[in-house]
Design a protein around this ligand. Structure first.
Ligand code: AMP
Length: 218
């Protein structure tokens, strides 16, 4: 099964679309952000080390995230959605090497394009179900009136500690300085596919599905 990267700034909808690809196509989501948050909640040494960096909206070291992805790829399988990884050119090179080592290819890099005003609006309005991780938005997809998650019925919702205006500004700066060069990198590797990330969730999912189907047959 194809392996893809979802590339885009914070709030572009990578996590939401990754969840749909897992549901609809049986792909496997590898989100370094989720892995780092899990390390924090379980109180590992690494989790403690990265907490302040993440809260400030900065990138954690390449070594840590490459290690996390390396461990997952070593477990085998395919059909990976890399969500929030790579975020630097060094991470992109490392991913290339890791995929080669496990006899896999990178089939497409889907760049989700969303303008900055929409990103700020989306992120400051976002919350997730504490049980299943379903993503909600105060404006476009509010938590149901009965206070229960529409997917799992959970009643606890959380907002990310770094989803505030100050931290978001730093995350966007990190994206433009360190991650956006990957657009040129993957364009020249003939992997880049741009998708308009501004429409309805289902429409964006259709655009991504079309990219995957085209790449699978080309
Ligand atoms: P995300 O959930 O993808 O928005 O990531 C949340 C935070 O985790 C980021 O702001 C970074 O501090 C850290 N992080 C996640 N993925 C990476 C990565 N590939 N490289 C460096 N830092 C990362």
């Amino acid at each position: 099964m194809a392996n893809i990267i979802l590339l885009g700034p914070p709030g572009a909808g990578k996590g939401t679309q990754a969840r749909l690809l897992v549901e609809n196509r049986g792909m496997v989501q590898l989100s370094t952000g989720d892995m780092l948050r899990a390390a924090q909640s379980s109180g590992t040494e690494m989790g403690r080390k990265v907490a302040a960096v993440m809260a400030a909206g900065q990138l954690v070291t390449d070594e840590i995230v490459i290690g996390l992805i390396g461990e997952k790829l070593a477990e085998g399988g395919s059909g990976f959605i890399f969500d929030g990884f790579p975020r630097t050119l060094a991470q992109a090179d490392a991913l290339d090497a890791l995929l080669k080592r496990s006899g896999q290819t990178l089939d497409a890099v889907v760049e989700m394009q969303v303008d900055d005003t929409a990103l700020v609006e989306r992120i400051t309005a976002r919350s997730t179900c504490g049980t299943c991780g379903e993503v909600y938005n105060d404006i476009s997809k509010p938590i149901p009136a009965d206070g229960k998650c529409s997917v799992c019925g959970g009643t606890e919702f959380k907002r990310r500690a770094d989803d505030n205006a100050e931290s978001l500004k730093q995350r966007l700066m990190e994206y433009y300085k360190k991650t956006s060069p990957l657009i040129g990198y993957y364009y020249h590797a003939n992997k880049l596919e741009a998708v308009d990330g501004l429409g309805e969730i289902a429409e964006i999912a259709d655009s991504i599905a079309a990219v995957l189907d085209r790449r699978a047959t080309s």
